[in-house]
Design a protein around this ligand. Structure first.
Ligand code: ASP
Ligand code: MG
Length: 414
């Protein structure tokens, strides 16, 4: 069981979490609980490191920002004990959860699940501080923002858990953002691949890395609400996981497959076009090499077919926050790259339809384009993967596009 920051935001919510845990323990399950820091606390800790130093040493950054999870794990263990449930808190180094030494965004190398296993067998609940581990240098590391999802999946894999339930402030994964489209539906199941696309496209229910890790290790993952009364939920029945939340699982385990499962969007994209770039080997390598050196992440890339065999246009997107820096780099290197004009526009949104059914169905893209065309929405760039089609449009049309596509692909709740 994993509980995020909003689920452990104060003592009352921690007591609520403890009752969810108690319910499962009383049903005879062995439980490891992974907790985040109280909502907002990690942000506060990060802000303090920036006050203490201009470019904080990454090791000390980790020493500070990992602290929020230490507090919630101890508090939850205490609360459980007070309810008569045997419980003990565990920090990353105590397990140990070993990572590399990339402080601030460490990767998990290995988890020794033996001690946890012994404790679980003895009937003790393990309350584990998410987000943190120990590097080969013996110092505390953190797994990157949102990393307690990844902690939870990794622990689930290490102790060979039957299920990893991610309790959060939404009751599952929806067909699109409920704040924008009212007729959304909760998906009872979604495949790892689809979830991965949704997560990386801004449907921020799970950290992307946690989904990839679940997929690789075959961890059954479920997203469910922590805000229902613990007494109102049935304890987990491993043979029937359908009735609550959204199960993230193998594609083969999904009976009723929609062609499109969900629609995601990514705001704050900016589009950059280099007009009249020389059409010869090495030019793209140079452009994107320069941007990579400046640590700018490029998303959609489109290169036109050159008309005269000599010049072409290259268009790509970057996060809006990086637009200024992108233009600076390209302007400064104008002679080295060689281009006619540099054009950019901000306030773009990337809308993506995601569905494993696309592999076997024709016409999914055409349907998207005509739905947008009927609403006079101009498409500025298109990219696809095997199970996803993304278009770049003017951000003013976000709502209209999401609603239209949601209806068009038959996702509206009836
Ligand atoms: N507390 C950490 C963060 O805010 C980790 C997490 O909540 O997943 O990023
Ligand atoms: Mg989170």
């Amino acid at each position: 069981m994993k509980f995020g920051g909003t689920s452990v935001a104060d003592m009352e919510k921690i007591a609520n979490v403890a009752r969810h845990v108690k319910r499962e323990v009383e049903a005879g399950h062995q439980v490891a609980v992974i907790v985040s820091a109280m909502a907002g606390h990690t942000n506060q800790l990060v802000a303090w490191t920036n006050e203490a130093a201009r470019d904080p040493d990454r090791g000390e950054y980790d020493a500070v920002v990992s602290a929020g999870e230490q507090i919630t794990s101890g508090l939850l263990a205490l609360t459980l004990q007070g309810m008569g449930v045997a419980a003990r808190s565990w920090l990353g180094w105590q397990i140990p959860l070993s990572t590399n030494e990339m402080h601030g965004s460490a990767r998990i190398i290995d988890i020794d699940g033996s001690m946890l296993g012994t404790r679980l067998d003895s009937g003790e609940v393990a309350v584990i501080a998410g987000f943190q581990g120990i590097g080969a240098d013996g110092r505390i590391t953190t797994l990157g923002r949102g990393g307690s999802d990844t902690s939870a999946v990794a622990i689930a894999a290490a102790v060979k858990a039957d299920l990893c339930d991610i309790y959060t402030d939404v009751d599952g994964v929806y067909t699109t953002d409920p704040r924008i489209v009212s007729k959304v539906r909760r998906l009872s199941r979604i495949s790892y691949e689809e979830m991965l696309e949704m997560a990386s496209l801004g449907a921020k229910v799970l950290q992307t890395r946690s989904v990839r890790m679940a997929m690789v290790n075959g961890v059954r993952l479920r997203v469910r609400s922590s805000f229902i009364r613990p007494e109102d939920a049935e304890p987990v029945d491993i043979n029937n996981l359908q009735d609550q939340g959204t199960l993230v699982c193998d594609e083969e385990d999904i009976m009723e497959q929609h062609i499109v499962s969900g629609i995601a969007y990514e705001k704050d994209e900016a589009k950059v076009t280099l007009v009249k770039v020389r059409d010869k080997p090495g030019v793209s390598a140079r452009i994107f090499g320069l941007l990579a050196d400046a640590n700018i992440t490029v998303d959609v890339i489109v290169q036109n077919v050159s008309e005269d065999g000599r010049n072409t246009d290259v268009t790509f997107t970057v996060p809006e926050a990086d637009l200024r820096r992108t233009l600076d780099v390209l302007e400064r290197q104008r002679d080295e790259i060689g281009y006619g004009e540099l054009v950019s526009s901000s306030d773009m949104v990337k809308i993506s339809v995601v569905g494993a059914g696309m592999r076997t169905h024709a016409g999914v893209a055409a349907q998207m384009f005509s739905a947008l065309a009927e609403n006079n929405i101009n498409i500025q760039a298109i990219t696809t993967s095997e199970i996803k089609i993304s278009v770049l449009i003017d951000a003013n049309f976000t709502e209209l596009a999401l609603r239209t596509l949601h209806t068009s692909y038959g996702l509206d709740q009836t």
